[in-house]
Design a protein around this ligand. Structure first.
Ligand code: FE
Length: 136
């Protein structure tokens, strides 16, 4: 039994509002989006690990980060297969794949199929949904 990866984080909206700042609540719990080229990490080239700002789960490694030119942090794969969940998102007149944290259900961003090899996927993630831990 691996509690760390299987235990879900479930909170009421009121609890999330207390535990997150307003921008984090908007993006993670209301599926908001950072304005392009404004987030803390789109231009971060340091080595380290990106954690979920909602629950602390490890989501992405700097090794999978690349410059997509989109203005959002972009990764070609998650840190491990089970850490994100995908959902169909038909909002705003588009058909997109939503990326969520598998542990707390927080909205992270969207996944597109124009990424680099080997996956050819682009996980387009809001900086607000992430916390960065530099490698020591
Ligand atoms: Fe999370």
């Amino acid at each position: 039994m691996n509690q760390k990866t299987t235990e879900k984080v479930v909170k009421s909206d009121e609890q999330w509002k207390q535990d997150l700042n307003p921008q984090q609540y908007h993006v993670l719990r209301e599926k908001g989006t950072d304005r392009a080229f404004t987030g803390a990490f789109y231009n971060n080239h340091d080595e380290g690990t990106y954690l979920c700002a909602g629950c602390g789960q490890e989501l992405f490694s700097s090794r999978s980060k690349y410059d997509s030119g989109s203005g959002w942090p972009s990764f070609y794969q998650p840190a491990s297969p089970g850490v994100v969940e995908l959902d169909q998102d038909n909002s705003h007149g588009m058909q997109r794949i939503e990326v969520k944290c598998a542990r707390c259900g927080g909205h992270l961003g969207h996944r597109f199929d124009d990424g680099p090899a080997p996956s050819h996927l682009r996980y387009c993630i809001n900086s607000t949904s992430l916390k960065f831990t530099p490698q020591r």
